[in-house]
Write a protein that binds this ligand. Structure first.
Ligand code: HAM
Length: 447
């Protein structure tokens, strides 16, 4: 049976006051927008990674781990100079040799850069990778929005067919389902961003639309008309939302190839019986997208409700100077996913606990206890012992606290008889077993 334990991720995020006495000490707080993953949360992260590894392997993905640092150009060229991420949110610095480096704000750009560097995709072939790790964006922290956050993502390089889009979307849905998030607490949104054939003319139309109404829009959106007009669809300002609700939609202006691709993606989603909502204003915050984009939003998270999202980026490899190589993928945010799990009452596996406690009657048998505990662990038994010379009574109390099933008691009497006392902590009965075969006896007793 899988043991579970209630956890509260939001509690992990709370910062406690450090108190008067600490004022002369070093600042012990983690930097703003970052947090320590304390054991309950770290265990949830490991659980999420394990679920990802076993599920993604079934879809043929291989692991890839890129540097946390990249040359800044990887992101400025890839994500786009006019995006919020590149314009305002990157942690960029010069190293000691004067190179401009950036802490990765996302994983896609690094995977595509690596694919180009190591020629991972031969012409006509395809490759599938997954990754997990920390990302960095200098955003205003709030619930579900951190400056260092953790993502799990996949990238498929070389596949242009719409069935690949549907497969990637289905994988993201299946992942959240595998974690136990109920279907009725998630909404899948899909859209098409068009391509170089249809998007430039549409962008100009949106820019003209914004300029014609600039007095009603916020200053940022006014500026966006000149730099990145489609970002105005993402503005949360109520006046901008109202104006953008009437803006022309790319859905109505897709070129034939993009419209056909989009229809085929939706047909494949229908084939799998995956419910989705078309959201023609879904633009996402990265400029590398072409054609399909998607996002999964979860209940109970407030404003930051996008737990995972992605799309197609067929021009990104060429943008880096590589051969034409279609690509697509997704990333999901660990913190938001955990908040979604918490708000849906989903539980994560409880910590593995010690099964056996090795107690000593007095210090004369300390070495025997130390060696026996190691023998148990080497034999695959989760065993614990005392390192603080506590009394036998305190050792039993600790064994109770740990919830072990068996306590092994070692004393001078036992050693003289070449035996160990085995105490069943629930039944409270004791038996003596041969010292040489105690590990096998304990394993058999634990089943
Ligand atoms: P993204 O939508 O920017 O896409 O991020 C993916 C997920 O990361 C979001 O859905 C959210 O859960 C989480 N996330 C983003 N920013 C933060 C933050 N500041 N704090 C906490 N969580 C955050 C990408 O990153 C693309 N690379 C996805 C992709 C892969 N597209 C194609 N392949």
């Amino acid at each position: 049976m899988v043991r579970v334990r209630r956890f509260r991720y939001s509690r992990n995020l709370q910062k406690r006051p450090l108190g008067e006495a600490n004022t002369s000490r070093m600042n012990a707080r983690a930097p703003k927008g970052t947090t320590d993953m304390l054991p309950d949360v770290a265990r949830a992260w490991e659980h999420m990674n394990r679920v990802a590894q076993s599920l993604f392997a079934r879809y043929g993905y291989e692991p890839i781990y890129n540097p946390l640092l990249e040359h800044t150009e990887v992101f400025t060229r890839g994500i786009g100079e006019a995006t919020d991420i590149v314009a305002k949110e990157m942690y960029t610095f010069e190293d000691r040799a004067g190179r401009s480096l950036t802490l990765r704000p996302e994983g896609t750009a690094g995977v595509v850069r690596a694919a180009l560097e190591h020629t991972l995709v031969q012409q006509g072939s395809s490759a599938k990778y997954y990754y997990s790790g920390p990302m960095f964006r200098y955003e205003r922290p709030q619930k579900g929005r951190m400056r260092q956050f953790w993502q799990i993502g996949v990238e498929v390089l070389g596949a242009a067919e719409p069935s690949a889009d549907a497969e990637v979307i289905a994988l993201l849905v299946r992942y959240f389902q595998s974690l136990g998030i109920p279907d009725d607490r998630m909404t899948l949104l899909v859209n098409s961003m068009g391509d170089d054939a249809c998007r430039p003319a549409y962008r100009d139309r949106v820019a003209d639309y914004i300029r014609a109404r600039s007095t009603g829009l916020c200053e940022e959106c006014e500026r966006r008309a000149e730099t990145n007009p489609l970002r105005a669809f993402d503005c949360k300002n109520p006046a901008c939302v109202e104006i953008m609700a009437e803006a022309p939609l790319l859905r109505d202006e897709l070129c034939d190839e993009c419209a056909e691709h989009y229809s085929a993606v939706k047909a494949h989603l229908d084939l799998l019986g995956l419910p989705y909502r078309e959201e023609p204003r879904l633009v996402r915050g990265l400029d590398y997208y072409t054609r399909t984009v998607f996002e999964i939003q979860a209940e109970g998270l407030g404003a930051q409700n996008g737990i995972g999202g992605g799309g197609r980026y067929d021009r990104l490899m060429e943008e880096y100077g590589g051969p034409p190589t279609p690509g697509l993928g997704f990333a999901l945010g660990f913190e938001r996913t955990l908040l979604a799990m918490e708000s849906a009452g989903v539980e994560v596996p409880a910590p593995a606990r010690a099964e056996v406690y090795v107690a000593r009657v007095d210090e004369s048998v300390a070495d025997e206890v130390f060696a026996l505990t190691q023998r148990l662990r080497d034999g695959g038994v989760a065993a614990e012992m005392d390192h603080q010379a506590r009394s036998l009574k305190s050792q039993f109390k600790q064994a109770d606290r740990l919830g072990v099933r068996l306590a092994l008691v070692v004393g001078p009497d036992e050693l003289a008889a070449n035996e160990i006392t085995v105490r069943d902590m629930q039944a409270k009965d004791e038996t003596r077993v041969a010292r040489a075969s105690v590990v096998e006896t304990v394993r058999a007793a634990l089943g």
